[in-house]
Design a protein around this ligand. Sequence first.
Ligand code: ME8
Length: 659
Amino acid sequence: MPKPFYITTPIYYVNDKPHIGHTYTTVLADVLARHHRMLGEDVYFLTGTDEHGQKIEKTAATRGITPQQLVDEVAPNFENLWKHMGLTVDYFVRTTHAQHKATVQARFLELLAKGDIYKATYKGLYSVSDEAYVTEIQAKEMQAQGLAHQLVELEEESYFFRLSSYENWLIQLYERYPDFVQPGFRLNEVKQFVSPGGERGNLQDLSISRTSITWGIPVPNDEKHVVYVWFDALLNYLSACKDGHWPPQVQLVGKDILRFHAIYWPAFLMAMFREAGDDLNGELPARIRKQLPETILAHGWWLMGDTKMSKSLGNIVRPKELLYFGTDAARFFLLRDMQVGHDRAFSFDAFMDRLNADLANGLGNLAARSISMLQRYRAGVVPTPIAFDEVDLEVQSYLSRVAPEYLKKAEAHDFNGALEGLWAFLRHLDGYIVKAEPWKLAKDEANAAKLDTVLVLLYRALRLAAVLAAPVMPELCQKLWESLGLPGAVSDLRYADFDVQGLAPGPVSDPKPLFARIDKDLAMTEIEAIKIAEMGAAPVVEQPLDVPPLKENIDYDTFAKTDLRVGLILEAEEVPKSKKLIKMKVDLGFEQRTILGGIKEAYAPADLVGRRVVVVANLAPRAMMGIESHGMLLCASDNASKPYLIAPPEDAKPGFNVR
Ligand code: ME8
């Protein structure tokens, strides 16, 4: 019986369209799934969508359709993308599936009966923008950031999960089974959260129902409540598991949702799998550890510059842009350039450089040269080597090390390192060709045996590269496989059955070009066009406005104290070391002022010069970052969007009153 291998990705919210981040996680899962199939395991690969919640409810209402209609319309954005990319997803779960709902309700009742879920009144501060209760510490942070207006006192009846009771078992899980969270430094973050500085008693029970939302899974027998977020979403991994595959071996998550997967999720499972007589204050039974995911693998973020991608900043890379160079190219780049666990800044420049260096040159060039030499000098027939000199022996021994080293790194989920190692070997072969000079050997029959050796070693190296890289670049490796004259699908091979030194079953074919060199300027122009077309497309789900409640009325005299003027920006420059500020010289008609504006995320200095703006001209001067700012520019925004400068018409003169 092959060993089961169950791998999952997060289920994505349907209120956003897929972007490079979702693509990365799902591609990484696909590479792992393919890799484990080639290890001979019985793989089950699950992904899906998270479809409940207030945002969906509100958007559906503004569009005059039901939430179910809305999610049915938008969930395929994800499912179709994975199909289009050829990902080997075994099942696509949606939290609106009847089976998922039934699982959540059954598990809810089970934990209620066990006493792990109880009903109580919750009283506390609630963040309107996050749609979540906040702790005292979080509330203080929000107040310090000037977000106090988003906090309201709420009192509501809620069901709670007794998370606090699982602290002891959770801590043991982290201490005794450190592979539960990878990489290790992410485990430390989780430990710090559960018991900062080794302190106990920090975990609070978790509210898992809401009465203020209707678009969710109803709590059985108490239908004014719906199950709230994580007890619904996390249980997808259970509700959509295939028989015989529990527990998951690898659960991929971004670092943003590690806490939920490394704390709530194992605690829910501990509650479900514990039996009468298990002591929550005693040792975590090995029997229960065996029911928990083997590893939560938390990766970092793809960033733009040094900030996270976000819709409001308009710096999101969409799959269409990424797939412009082909699916395999995108897969290769995502795996080769991201070290699992760390963040990585994305740039098209680095993307194209990587593809040109490693696929057009690198592998592509080596394959084309080697296969055409085999054709030219040996009519395509792969010879049997008999003579090895020192340089050949070195390559021969390197060749025998490549697979074990690659597979060891892959086992540790380090595809960045594995691919780096494989490509270092390919570069070594380029050097080998230069040293061996096969074109010279071919000129003299006396060197035939020597030439045979060079050609065979190159052939074996390429065949090995096709096998090892197949999970990462299935199509490209299949092309290479066929060019080498090998039968069937490379992905159907099992690593264990593959013999690096094995004889060639037949002659090589014509070399198929693996990857065409990218003309960077041309490619960028076309990607820009894709970007613009994507931005123009209507957003999947309108985000509800995120604005504070209306302020109280003021009388006219109070308003009239504010002196608003039209200004013209004459100069603009970034304030060094400040993430937000731009320093501007603004002409107010009667004088020129220095004004600082927190608009760097939205505007480049060069785009500001010559713009007309509305200035609060009688605001007392104030120093920021050591620069005195006299006045303030008016912008429109909500809490989630970038600031849009208010623009008076072109013929409004600097100094005009705004009233
Ligand atoms: O959190 N870089 O869904 P979500 C890398 N529904 N990965 C990124 C990324 C980035 N910049 N941005 C997003 C949810 N991701 C919940 C999950 S699971 C039971 C419920 C990836 O649509 C990454 O995997 O916000 C992250 O964890 C996930 O998308 C968040 O997707």
